[in-house]
Ligand binder design. Structure first.
Ligand code: KIV
Ligand code: ZN
Length: 515
């Protein structure tokens, strides 16, 4: 008999989005939501609706399309935030209001400037308010792992009394250590009256690299039955508990954990790749489960062992987590229906026929340059399409660049601003530098370049280069992604995509910045 089910709560689009530079547009969030639903995540935290009109709309759009996962929204413990959350979520088939307030002495005194009694009163009011509209309410005492246990018990008792159905204990600053944290959850569950009326959950940050270990300790020692996590471990500072690591640990060591999740693990790698493409956060090669080297065997002894019996050096298979081996799927002669069919098979659904037509045209352009088109190429193509559709203030019309040994690289660019073409030329230290200077001489954004990264989409020199450009201006940080077989063109596309995001002026609050 199994010990039961563990709920996987994904917060890639809320806590993950709080990483500097990881902000997502509505379309990007919709694509991630569909991937998470396909992966059969139980709860998708789609955002923080009161943080901006843009995030409100994104959460609302996700609530309206997702049918097989519960959609949650984060709300600070006040009526306005909670009402915004309710308004954004109420169209969903299954929805959850997640409200939180800090309970550690430090946060209450310095950040909230509230007394413990005020925090207790606010907890009651906010859970009551949420419960009036929604049967599924989650309450989190922020900085829970550093809160006084006696006070925490009073707050959690009140939250359950007011109707909270999930109690989530955050290790907000990644301070916990596994055994102690597991014990803490066990003791809270034992001490809080009616603790069995709620599902106990944990939300761990990775500042000391222990988020996954702390989450699993909370499950094994403390009896938690929900883990909050993110794809690729994305999140504030050093990130959150990594979904793929938790899920594969539970599955691979079922003998030890004896718990079930409903995750379709073959969706892990495609979803990881999608999140990485959208956010520009490259997955480190040696990252567990989703890193490029996670299943690569370099030493002769290991290779020999794996060839004789895979289990000698592999505890899970690459196929189980969705690594496909660069299959050639389409080529120049493939028609629109084969293209659409393959997109469907790898889980890419576009909004409209018009979007399919545009993507198909891009595919044809690519197939003219590249004989073999892989799944990864299709993903890059769509990532770019989605980035381009976000408020296209600037459009790349054409470009040229020349460079050679002993010559100063030179770029010419034609861009359209609201339909009006503008041309510029510039020299630079390299072809990409010259191209960016030419773009800037037209756009005059004054933005600071924070990141420029190039990745090969597939193997081989004919691969498309996928470029991420991260720009910062006036406290806002945005990412642009571009793909092309010519990496200088890919770089220009990425830069222009980032400029378009800066031009779209979405303002956003951070939930950790007080009531
Ligand atoms: O880290 C944290 O405390 C949070 C809560 C809002 C759940 O993200
Ligand atoms: Zn967090």
């Amino acid at each position: 008999m199994s010990k039961g089910k563990l709920i996987i709560f994904d917060t890639t689009m809320r806590d993950g989005e709080q990483s500097p530079g990881a902000s997502m547009t509505k379309d990007e969030k919709l694509r991630i939501a569909r991937a998470l639903e396909r992966m059969r995540v139980d709860v998708i935290e789609a955002g923080f609706p009161a943080s901006s009109n843009g995030d409100f709309e994104a959460v609302r759009a996700i609530a309206n399309v997702v049918k097989d996962s519960t959609v949650a929204g984060l709300c600070r413990a006040n009526d306005r935030d909670i009402q915004r959350g309710i308004d954004a979520l109420k169209g969903a088939k299954s929805w959850r209001v997640h409200t939180f307030i800090a309970t550690s002495e430090l946060h209450m005194a310095k950040k909230l400037r509230m007394t413990p009694e005020q925090v207790l009163a606010q907890t009651k009011l906010s859970v009551r308010y949420a419960k009036n509209a929604c049967p599924d309410v989650e309450f989190s005492p922020e900085d829970g792992s550093r809160s006084d246990p006696d006070f925490l018990c009073r707050v959690l008792e009140a939250a359950i009394q007011e109707g909270a159905t999930t109690i989530n204990i955050p290790d907000t600053v990644g301070y916990a250590v596994p055994e102690q944290f597991g014990e803490m959850i066990r003791s809270l569950r034992e001490r809080v009256p009616n603790s069995d009326k709620a599902v106990w959950s944990v939300h761990c940050h990775n500042d000391l690299g222990m988020a996954v270990a702390n989450s699993l300790a909370a499950v094994v020692i403390g009896g938690a039955r929900q883990i909050e996590c993110t794809i690729n471990g994305l999140g504030e500072r050093a990130g959150n508990t990594s979904l793929e690591e938790v899920v594969m640990a539970l599955r691979t060591r079922k003998d030890f954990f004896d718990l079930e999740t409903r995750i379709d693990t073959t969706q892990i790698v495609p979803t990881s790749r999608l999140v990485s493409q959208i956010t520009g956060f490259v997955v480190q090669p040696n990252k567990a489960v989703v890193g490029a080297n996670a299943f690569a065997h370099a030493s002769g002894i290991h290779q020999d062992g794996v060839l004789k019996a895979r289990e000698t050096y592999e505890i899970m298979t690459a196929e189980d987590v969705g690594w496909s081996t660069n299959r050639i799927v389409l080529g120049k002669l493939s028609g629109r229906s084969a293209f659409k069919q393959r997109m469907k098979e790898i889980g890419i659904e576009l909004e409209s026929e018009d979007a399919y037509n545009k993507a198909f045209q891009r595919f044809k352009d690519l197939a003219d340059k590249k004989a073999e088109i892989f799944d990864e190429d299709l993903q890059a193509l769509v990532a770019q399409e989605a980035g381009a559709s976000a408020d296209e203030h600037w459009r790349l019309v054409t470009m040229n660049q020349a460079s050679g040994m002993g010559e100063k690289p030179h770029a010419t660019i034609v861009m359209a601003e609201a339909g009006k073409e503008k041309k510029a030329e510039a020299q630079g230290d390299g072809p990409v530098d010259a191209t960016f200077k030419a773009i800037e001489s037209v756009a005059k954004s004054g933005a600071e370049l924070l990141l420029f990264s190039v990745n090969a989409v597939t193997q081989g020199t004919e691969s498309q280069g996928e470029v991420t450009v991260r720009l910062s201006k006036g406290g806002r940080i945005v990412n642009g992604v571009g793909a092309d077989t010519d990496i200088v063109v890919a770089s220009a596309k990425a830069y222009i995509s980032a400029l378009n995001k800066l031009a779209s002026k979405i303002e956003r609050l951070n939930p950790q910045h007080g009531l």
